[in-house]
Ligand binder design. Structure first.
Ligand code: UD1
Ligand code: CA
Length: 464
């Protein structure tokens, strides 16, 4: 049984309780907009198209979302917002009759694709299928009214429900799958004669029943999947649930997390074998960790490829942004190191505390262990870059490159004024300001000569 799936994402509501100028569905969970999670999940059930219904903050929402691979994404505006049925009515003109419409909510980010697939299977291209859930406290939700034989008769909204109906614990999740040709007919019959004066999407159930159609229900037990975000508290709760899911998936692959409750991936983290991650690491963008990589506590790492056996000591900050950061096998980084875009480190490189590297390559075995800045530099193999030394790469208008050839030893507290290059095997004396190229094998010292006066008497403090 195969049929095209077109997804309608409801995202026109205001989200008043977020108390934010940003439209609710653009608030981020795991680094991605809430509604983007919904779009990406739709892609996992091979949706042919996604139609997002926008209203409040429509322009921002439309600019803030992107299609997933292999699907068409379009936006339809709902102005004013007259209810969930009215919302889907706006989408119907762009939906094709050969498909099934899967209705999702832009503020429900943690739905699993397997659950949607089960719902679609139950729909089978023929039936109205509802995703339902039993709740200890169903207050506020639409109740699933079933007849004596258990078949679904209607969804009754909280405000329209009789006291008896309010005791029903099975609720409508807000998610349904329905053959589009039927949806089109049923939506045309909606009215707003109800307690809220809204056009209820949920009224399609009574039309289906009236047409003699059997209504299917797929009842799940995992409330997180259908939980919506209405407030910052709920957003934070779902963020933890999402991070827990990612942590568990990684641990199942063998990644050892010191504490899955103190672990955040706001993007994509790809791990090799025997990776160990201490507490409070935050990963964003795309990060790849090779076999045996160890990440210390409190590291923030974005857009980086870390090769096998690398140890990142605590409190290290790595952000490759667009250029990326590469760390070669067996390197030791940190504690308190900062790798910025274009840092490209070879094997067995050592970057120690308070060292910043930006747009610079360091070849195998190079070391900058303390208090240094390497920007716009090409550093050869086994170079030792001394404590407190920097490349002065910026003349106030333009950036210039520093080239340090293999086996150079730069002493402590040196300034290399770019553009400048140091020949292989050379040495720079501590405290030097180098602005002329040095030949291979040379010693360059550029500082005032030491003056020593014997028996020097310091001035004494005058008595009043
Ligand atoms: C709806 C269901 C209810 C269900 C609940 C699950 C109806 C009538 N009721 O309730 O049975 O238990 O969801 O959460 O459908 N929206 C629009 N345009 C509108 C109104 C809403 O786009 O005119 C969007 C909202 O932004 C939201 C979604 O539709 O993403 C659901 O709206 P909401 O008001 O939260 O649903 P309820 O009325 O609470
Ligand atoms: Ca409502």
């Amino acid at each position: 049984m195969s049929f095209p799936v077109d997804v309608v994402v409801m995202a026109a509501g205001k989200g008043t309780r977020m108390k934010s100028s940003k439209p609710k569905v653009l608030h981020r969970l795991g680094g991605r907009a809430l509604a983007q999670h919904v779009i990406d999940t739709a892609a996992r059930v091979s949706a042919r198209s996604v139609v997002v219904i926008t209203g409040h903050g429509a322009e921002q929402v439309e600019a803030g979302l992107v299609a997933a691979e292999g699907m068409a994404l379009q936006f339809v505006r709902q102005e004013p917002q007259l209810g969930t049925g009215h919302a889907v009515q706006q989408a119907v003109p762009v939906l094709a009759d050969d498909g099934v419409t899967l209705v999702l909510s832009g503020d429900v980010p943690l739905m699993r694709p397997e659950t949607l697939q089960a719902l679609l299977d139950l729909c089978g291209g023929q039936h109205l299928a509802l995703l339902t859930l039993s709740m200890a406290d169903p207050t506020g939700y639409g109740r699933i009214v079933r007849s004596a034989d258990g078949s679904v008769q209607a969804i009754v909204e909280q405000k329209d429900a009789s006291p008896e109906q309010r005791t029903i614990q099975e609720i409508y999740s807000g998610i349904m799958a329905v053959p589009t040709r039927l949806l089109r007919q049923w939506l045309a019959r909606l009215d707003n004669q109800n307690a809220q004066g809204e056009y209820y999407l949920t009224d399609v159930v009574k039309f289906a029943v009236g047409d003699g159609q059997k209504v299917q229900a797929h009842r799940i037990t995992d409330a997180v999947q259908v939980a919506g975000v209405n407030s910052p508290v709920q957003l934070a709760e779902l963020e933890r649930a999402y991070q827990r899911r990612q942590a568990e998936a990684l641990m199942e692959q063998g990644v050892r997390l010191a504490d899955p409750a103190r672990f955040d991936v706001r993007g994509e983290l790809v791990c090799g074998l025997d990776v160990e991650i201490d507490v409070n690491a935050i990963f964003s963008g795309r990060v790849v960790l090779g076999n045996g990589v160890r990440i210390g506590a409190h590291c923030v790492i974005a857009n980086a490829e870390i090769a096998a056996g690398v140890v990142i000591h605590p409190f290290t900050h790595i952000d490759g942004e667009k250029l990326g950061v590469r760390v070669g096998a067996g390197s030791l980084i940190g504690p308190f190191a900062r790798l910025r875009p274009g840092a490209d480190l070879g094997a067995e490189v050592h970057i120690g505390n308070f060292v910043e590297v930006k747009n610079a390559s360091l070849a195998a075995g190079a070391k900058a262990n303390h208090l240094a800045y390497l920007g716009d530099a090409t550093v050869g193999e086994r170079v030792n870059f001394g404590a407190g030394s920097i490349t002065a790469n910026y003349d106030g208008a333009n950036k210039h490159r520093t080239v340090i050839e293999a086996d150079v030893h730069v002493g402590s507290n040196c300034v290399l004024v770019a553009p400048v290059s140091l020949g292989a095997g050379g040495t720079v004396g501590a405290g030097s300001v180098i602005n002329k190229n040095t030949p291979p094998g040379s010693l360059a010292v550029a500082r005032g000569k030491q003056v020593t006066l014997a028996n020097w008497q310091r001035p004494a403090k005058k008595k009043p």
